[in-house]
Ligand binder design. Structure first.
Ligand code: RTP
Ligand code: MG
Length: 141
């Protein structure tokens, strides 16, 4: 298994629920290390650029509206198979379809307010990590 980095975002709904610690704890207990972290209130431009792959989708406006509705916590997770491991911990996009015990099953309410984001491939992880962090802000360990 390769050591990977992935970009994780604790979305505005989970921050508002005071669930930052519980979510990060799940990453750590699964063997993922937080090697970079910051709290941000995204602008429309930042959120739209981050989710540019969905620009033409019908839910894009709602997605940007939600992601700019409050502060988020953005972090880089590092570990063996980090991209897939994080996606497994997150659960399905729609919390109604998320497996029991996953972050979205436990913290998300709707497909829009779904608690967390995680990179879905090595290429997107590389782009998304660089979108929020300079190399000197990442503390590999
Ligand atoms: P994310 O990018 O946030 O980690 O979520 P994901 O990979 O599981 O899902 P993705 O297809 O990338 O969609 C990004 C976000 O857009 C919202 N969405 N709404 N109404 C809909 O059909 C719909 N589909 C997606 C979700 O909030 C999703 O997290
Ligand atoms: Mg996605």
């Amino acid at each position: 298994m390769a050591t990977e980095r992935t970009l994780s975002i604790i979305k505005p709904d989970a921050v508002a629920k005071n669930a930052i610690g519980e979510i990060i704890s799940r990453f750590e207990k699964a063997g993922l290390k937080v090697v970079a972290a910051k709290m941000l209130h995204l602008s429309e431009e930042q959120a739209g650029g981050f989710y540019a792959e969905h620009k033409e989708r019908p839910f894009f406006k709602d997605l940007v509206g939600f992601m700019t509705s409050g502060p988020v916590v953005v972090q880089v997770l590092e570990g063996d198979d980090a991209i897939a491991k994080n996606r497994d911990l997150m659960g399905a996009t729609n919390p109604k379809e998320a497996a029991p015990g996953t972050i979205r099953a436990d913290f998300a309410e709707t497909i829009d307010a779904n608690a967390v984001h995680g990179s879905d491939s090595p290429a997107s992880a590389e782009r998304e990590v660089a979108y929020f962090f300079n190399a000197d802000e990442i503390h590999s360990r």
